[in-house]
Design a protein around this ligand. Structure first.
Ligand code: BGC
Length: 384
């Protein structure tokens, strides 16, 4: 029965993976707290009686899932998907949210370790602040999967599952280039930039992905950042807060665009920050509406895309990521080789963490129905 459920969950996960291009990876790598690669290979060879990915008995296996906050939409979906898919596979789940409070997340993870979870899945608020808990996990022999955000400065991280973060940025940057037709149009065009949380390793990847493409146009003078705020430190948004992004955008608009000058494009690293910029524009701007990028396809932002107030977003199907992580958990528990497709990109300052990168997907008003409604991610009513 359990095996049947697990098989169903895995095939659902695989279908979702195919849908948004969470491509099959090579296998290997891993610092599986306590079992060397050779051991793992031998263990894999000894599991011929077990169907690929199926756990002999998941019921006794406890998985701790630590999520950063309920305040930003996606983590509620990530948490719910993880819980649902892990439970469908027969695991016992301890799911905790930490209200974007680093100390709270630290003590929640420590409690999970004291309660003897078998595997930890952590989406950190701040990648570098869970060191103590990670050390505890390592001493207790508990494998740790970094979920979406890399856990930094620790050798206790076994695996990382995420979306291709640099690619998210390149999709956003390329969109601005194409929409403004930067290779043909004379310009100059005005650009402003809003990035993410400096404590989140992903934020710099998004920023760099976009800026690596946009910077040549800035250097050439075709893109002008009137505020002068271009460096990551100047454009970052603590904990990705909409209000913080909004007040910075209000300052920029009143200082540099009050005379009716157009902002032609506003690079926003994700939807919560894009929403802040959109709120600021609604209250403080009379020029032509800019191109605005985003990420996550949050409900409010998808509504804004439909209404023409946000140009695009990047869809990261949280069901796909959850399915990939459930697969990782099962492979770890079964002592099988864990699927990864990148062993080089994610150096956390101490080790290169074997990673599985899912592919992010471009979204705008022309394809949101297919991506979000037909796939069952949202109902039509949720977007009204
Ligand atoms: C995630 C993004 C998200 C942001 C804020 C990042 O770590 O990768 O998808 O928009 O956090 O929640």
């Amino acid at each position: 029965m359990k095996k049947q459920l697990l098989k169903q969950a895995l095939s659902l996960g695989m279908a979702a993976a195919l849908l948004v291009g969470c491509s099959g990876g090579t296998t290997g790598g891993g610092t599986d707290n306590g079992s060397s690669d050779t051991e793992k290979q031998e263990q894999t060879d000894n599991t011929t009686g077990t169907e690929a990915g199926a756990t002999a008995d998941a019921s006794g296996v406890k998985v701790g899932v630590s999520m950063p906050t309920k305040d930003l939409q996606r983590w509620n979906q990530d948490g719910a998907n993880m819980q649902e898919q892990l439970e469908a596979a027969g695991y016992t789940v301890d799911l905790q949210y930490a209200s974007n409070d680093v100390q709270q997340q630290l003590s929640q993870v420590e409690n999970m370790i004291n309660n003897q979870v078998d595997v930890l899945v952590i989406a950190a608020i701040e990648g570098s602040s869970l060191g103590e808990a990670l050390d505890m996990a390592k001493s207790a022999g508990i494998p740790v999967i970094a979920y979406d955000r890399l856990l930094m400065n620790s050798d206790a991280v076994s695996y990382y599952a995420t979306f291709d973060n640099y690619m998210v940025g390149t999709v956003q940057g390329q969109y601005i280039i194409d929409q403004l037709d930067l290779d043909n149009a004379d310009g100059p065009f005005n650009l402003e930039i809003t990035a993410g949380d400096p404590g989140d390793n992903n934020a710099l990847y998004f920023y760099n992905g976009a800026m690596d493409l946009l910077k040549p146009y800035i250097d050439e003078g075709k893109l002008v950042v009137k505020s002068g705020q271009k460096d990551f430190e100047d454009v970052a948004t603590a904990v990705w807060a909409t209000e913080t992004a909004q007040s910075r955008a209000e300052n920029i608009l009143s200082s540099y665009y009050a005379d009716g000058t157009n902002v032609d494009a506003w690079l926003c690293s994700n939807d919560s920050t894009a929403l802040g910029v959109e709120n600021a524009l609604a209250a403080n701007y009379n020029g032509e509406y800019p191109i605005i990028t985003g990420q996550d396809c949050d409900i409010e932002n998808t509504k804004n895309m439909i209404a023409g107030k946000q140009s695009m977003s990047v869809f990261k199907d949280t069901r796909t990521l959850a399915a990939q992580v459930v697969k990782m958990v099962t492979q770890i528990v079964n002592k099988e080789t864990v699927d990864v497709n990148d062993t080089d990109s994610y150096d956390n300052g101490v080790i290169k963490v074997p990673s599985y990168l899912c592919e992010p997907v471009f979204a705008d008003a022309s394809n949101y129905k297919e991506l979000l409604i037909d796939s069952g991610y949202y109902t039509e009513d949720q977007l009204k």
